[in-house]
Design a binder for this molecule. Structure first.
Ligand SMILES: *[C@@H]1O[C@H](CO)[C@@H](O)[C@H](O)[C@H]1NC(C)=O
Ligand SMILES: *[C@@H]1O[C@H](CO)[C@@H](O)[C@H](O)[C@H]1NC(C)=O
Length: 820
């Protein structure tokens, strides 16, 4: 290379020399030669050109001077006359940008002084490359810059001149720029970068290009510079979300502060252009109260209640925005998962309350509906009645979650008048939730209970001679039914008591059940009677029940003893014969008395009040039997009178007295002055007694006949009514109250007896047999009798024992007086 180069240089030099020769021919000597010749290089032979003799040169002290103080660039060789380069001649250094570079030197010769001007015309040589001021050209271009934009580049500088100066530029191939080379007014070349394709900072932040400047020399020289293009950011990128849709599931009831998701968007821009803020876009008020988005971090948190049952999904539009408002959107789809947080709800759809107590098992009394707002298993419900009540739930076949409440057993309002039916519903969640509802079901009354008396039977004990209107007893019946179905009204069942309507004996207060006596009772008339009391409720139809009320009339001592024998008014016709032969202790007579009362009131006791001979007779306190106290003696008076007092045991005691006339004699004939034994006989009295006796006998006879006829008539019906040896008693003779229950005035055949009487009853040795048989007695009579017995406190003489005495006395009277 060097060899070629130097050869080329030598050739150029040769042509310069040719030119130089041409100049020599005129005044001043001009030499043209390329710059940068080596020191000592011969420029030309000045001696020859000036026509000087070489030999003289030395002698004449030929030398080169510069004008003034300027530098000497060339020398003269005195030996050869050649002009040589003394100093480096750099055209650019000497002349700069001047078009021609002539350096003036002088050749001075002495002896004689001779001065020649030598013009050194320094020719340019392409010895400089184009050069840029700096190594690097820094350009900043905003990425948003449009295509076609031009950027002026610094010119390259070439110290060489003319052809050798910068001729053109070239740019390294690249994607974005092309070069546009222009010539300026002064002929210089400059270049511009032209943006051919837009820059993208996000793709390439810097572009490095190499610009080459080439001069026009031969060979050309070039210089390069690095163009450093910094791509400035423009906010040309919107934020970009990491996902276009975020799918999140969130459990309901998540507490406030729960992080739902963090959305992330990035912005490729830098600096503030790349700062992203987040926001929720187009969301409802509700959603605003539930979710909050942190504008810086993109974290969505729960700030409100999450209720699956309200909203099971959310679609939140999230936007990301950079500083200058470039926005992009993403979607957050929130799926709420159910939590078993809703209790089942039991709704009573209908209820037939009250339900009549006679409703049959299987009757539907109500319909319930159960609901649960949760989903899936959390809303699967089980429903039941856990209590021990006669109801069950029957699920509806066709409609889900509907149940009928159905009766399973018998209802009884009187046992349970209302039910609190608790229905429990449980869901299948985990943990399960349950709820309960209590239905109050009333049972309506049906009149299914009759009134029931508190006692099986009632008995009332009423003292005779009671005040009419006094309360006798109280019956009470209860009816558990409701209101009028259980309201009891009492009444007497219409019946007869002793032939009279029951209402003439008793009345009853329909409301209270208090039974009042309507009249005053007489024990001696009847001792007891029965009535039937009805209790009826007010239902429709009414139900009723009845009870027997037995009224027992209790005796009062309202009857004084009645002396049957002897006649109480001291009639001397009733005279007892006492044989003289009787001994002490013998029965001589008997005072017969009755008392219509009962018990103690009829328990009679006998006392001798006064006697002709005090020590002769005694009387049995309770038997009334008069016995000899001692044997008779001759001295004893033939006529003896004994006054006997008969008193009952009632409180207060009632009494009666009678006189017993006794004649001590063996023979009636010995009693001529029978009349005399009376204390104060009068004819009129005798007449009265006779009249009484006659009437009595007549009555007796008539009664006898009637009775016989009646017995005949009734024979077949009442075979037991026998008259074998029976003696009828004239009704008129008996005390008026001493009526038998039958009221016939005759003794019952049950009380028949046999009496053995000796006429005159001298021995008074009589005997009677009660022929009745206990077992043949009607139960009623037995009770009546035993009651009377139990009513009496002490021993008593039964009325049946008295009756033979009465009869005995009648017989005696009849037999005694008839002959008269
Ligand atoms: C009484 O019972 C009847 C049915 O026997 C019924 O219709 C009525 O409602 C009942 N009365 C009351 C007050 O409960
Ligand atoms: C009394 O009650 C009985 C049974 O309770 C009944 O058979 C009878 O008919 C009733 N009598 C009246 C008069 O109601």
């Amino acid at each position: 290379m060097d060899f070629i180069r130097s050869s080329v240089s030598a050739l150029i030099l040769f042509f310069y020399f040719l030119g130089l020769m041409v100049h020599v021919a005129f005044g001043d000597i001009n030499y043209s030669f390329p710059e940068e010749l080596k020191r000592g290089s011969v420029i030309g032979n000045i001696a020859k050109d000036l026509g000087l003799d070489v030999k003289d040169l030395a002698a004449r002290k030929a030398r080169i001077d510069a004008e003034g103080n300027r530098k000497r660039y060339c020398n003269i060789n005195p030996m050869t006359g050649e002009l040589t380069v003394a100093e480096r001649l750099d055209r650019e250094g000497l002349c700069g940008k001047k078009a021609s570079c002539v350096i003036k030197q002088e050749l001075m010769l002495e002896n004689p002084l001779e001065l020649h001007r030598v013009n050194l015309n320094v020719q340019d040589v392409n010895d400089n490359s184009p050069k840029f001021e700096d190594d690097v050209i820094r350009i900043e271009i905003r990425e948003s810059t449009f295509k076609g934009a031009r950027f002026l580049l610094e010119e390259a500088h070439d110290a060489d001149h003319g052809q050798n100066s910068v001729k053109t530029y070239s740019l390294q191939r690249n994607d974005h720029f092309v070069l546009s080379v222009n010539t300026n007014d002064i002929g210089g070349k400059y270049s511009e970068l032209v943006l051919e394709k837009e820059l993208d900072r996000e793709q390439q932040q810097e572009v490095t290009l190499i610009l080459t400047a080439v001069d026009g020399g031969t060979p050309p020289r070039s210089g390069t510079v690095t163009i450093h293009v910094t791509v400035l950011d423009a906010n040309d990128n919107a934020p970009v979300f990491s996902q276009s849709v975020y799918k999140v599931s969130l459990s309901e009831n998540s507490p406030v502060g729960t992080v739902l998701v963090t959305v992330n968007a990035t912005d490729a821009d830098e600096g503030s252009n790349g700062e992203v803020i987040y926001a929720l876009g187009h969301i409802s008020e509700e959603e605003k109260n539930i979710f909050s988005l942190d504008r810086k971090t993109g974290t969505i948190t729960v700030i409100g209640p999450i209720d699956f049952e309200e909203e099971s999904t959310f679609e939140l539009r999230v936007l990301a925005k950079d500083a200058s408002g470039l926005t992009s959107y993403s979607m957050v789809m929130v799926e709420i998962t159910d939590v078993n947080d809703n209790e089942p709800v039991i709704i009573l759809k209908s209820l037939n309350s009250p339900i009549p107590e006679n409703a049959l098992p299987g009757t539907e009394v109500g319909i319930i509906n159960v609901q649960d707002r949760d989903s899936e298993n959390n809303r699967q419900l089980r429903c039941s009645i856990e209590q021990n009540v006669p109801f069950k739930l029957v699920p509806s076949i066709s409609i889900k979650n509907y149940y009928s409440v159905v009766i399973t057993g018998d209802l009884d309002r009187e046992m349970v008048s209302e039910y609190d039916i608790t229905i429990t519903a449980t869901d299948q969640g985990f943990p399960p939730l349950s709820s309960a509802k209590t239905i109050q079901l009333l049972v309506a009354d049906v009149n299914d209970n009759p009134p029931v008396f508190e006692e099986q039977t009632y008995s009332a004990h009423v003292k005779e001679n009671n005040k009419p209107g006094s309360a006798v007893c109280t019956v009470a019946a209860t009816d558990p039914d409701w209101r009028q179905n259980g309201t009891v009204v009492y009444s007497l069942f219409p019946s007869d008591v002793n032939g009279a309507p029951v209402t003439s004996f008793l009345s009853i207060n329909g409301d209270t059940g208090v039974i009042h006596a309507v009249r005053s009772y007489d024990y001696e008339q009847f001792k007891s009677f029965k009535v039937l009391v009805l209790a009826r409720d007010n239902g429709s139809p009414p139900l009723s029940n009845n009870v027997t009320v037995s009224v027992f009339i209790m005796d009062e001592n309202d009857n004084s003893p009645q002396i049957l024998y002897p006649s109480p008014d001291g009639n001397s016709f009733m005279t007892e014969m006492v044989p003289k032969t009787v001994h002490a202790g013998s029965l001589v007579s008997k005072v017969i008395a009755v008392d219509a009362d009962c018990g103690q009131n009829a328990w009679l006791s006998y006392h001798i009040v006064k006697a002709t001979d005090q020590g002769l007779f005694t009387i049995g306190v309770h038997s009334g039997e008069i016995k000899m106290q001692r044997d008779l003696s001759e001295s004893d008076n033939m006529k003896q009178n004994v006054i006997v007092s008969v008193s009952d045991n009632g409180q207060p005691s009632l009494s009666a007295t009678c006189v017993m006339y006794l004649i001590i004699s063996d023979n009636l004939a010995e009693v001529p002055e029978l009349k005399d034994i009376t204390f104060d006989d009068t004819n009129s009295r005798l007449t009265l007694y006779l009249t009484v006796a006659l009437v009595t006998v007549t009555t007796f006879f008539l009664t006898f006949v009637i009775t016989v006829l009646a017995v005949r008539f009734c024979h077949k019906r009442k075979p037991r009514l026998m008259f074998d040896g029976a003696v009828t008693i004239p009704g008129a003779y008996l005390p008026p109250n001493y009526a038998d229950v039958e009221g016939t005035g005759t003794l019952r055949s049950n009380f028949n007896y046999d009496a053995y009487l000796t006429t005159g009853s001298r021995t008074s040795d009589f005997k009677f047999i009660t022929s009745y048989n206990e077992s043949t007695l009607p139960a009623e009579l037995t009770r009546e009798k035993t009651e009377c017995v139990t009513d009496d406190l002490g021993e008593q003489r039964d009325i049946t024992q008295v009756r033979p005495h009465i009869l005995y006395n009648f017989a005696f009277v009849i037999l005694f007086y008839f002959p008269l």
